[in-house]
Design a protein. Structure first.
Length: 99
């Protein structure tokens, strides 16, 4: 899927559709998901309908559905490149003068 070519609305709708598919695959009702996530059933419904919700409402749903590890693919940690390590090698950190 080419996420970059999609509108924000289309992306939110696709996320909602996928969350619903995961919920059904795990044989959870909206009520059960809401209770386990500590959010309202209305919020679960809004997510699945593709209506925008805050990240703080989405994260507990992803946690219950065991999808939080996928955030690593979404926002991978940026490591220091070997070239940057070589540039830093031999440099000592500057001291901060205390007044």
């Amino acid at each position: 899927m080419d996420w970059n070519s999609m509108s924000d609305t289309a992306i939110v709708q696709e996320i909602g559709k996928r969350i619903k598919e995961y919920r059904l695959k795990r044989k959870l009702t909206q009520q059960a998901l809401a209770e386990r996530a500590g959010i309202s059933i209305f919020t679960v419904s809004q997510i699945e309908k593709g209506n925008p919700v805050s990240i703080s409402m989405l994260l507990p749903v992803l946690r219950v559905l065991r999808l939080l590890d996928n955030l690593e693919m979404l926002l991978p940690e940026i490591g220091i490149s070997p070239i940057e390590i070589l540039k830093l090698k031999g440099k000592t950190p500057k001291r901060i003068r205390m007044k």
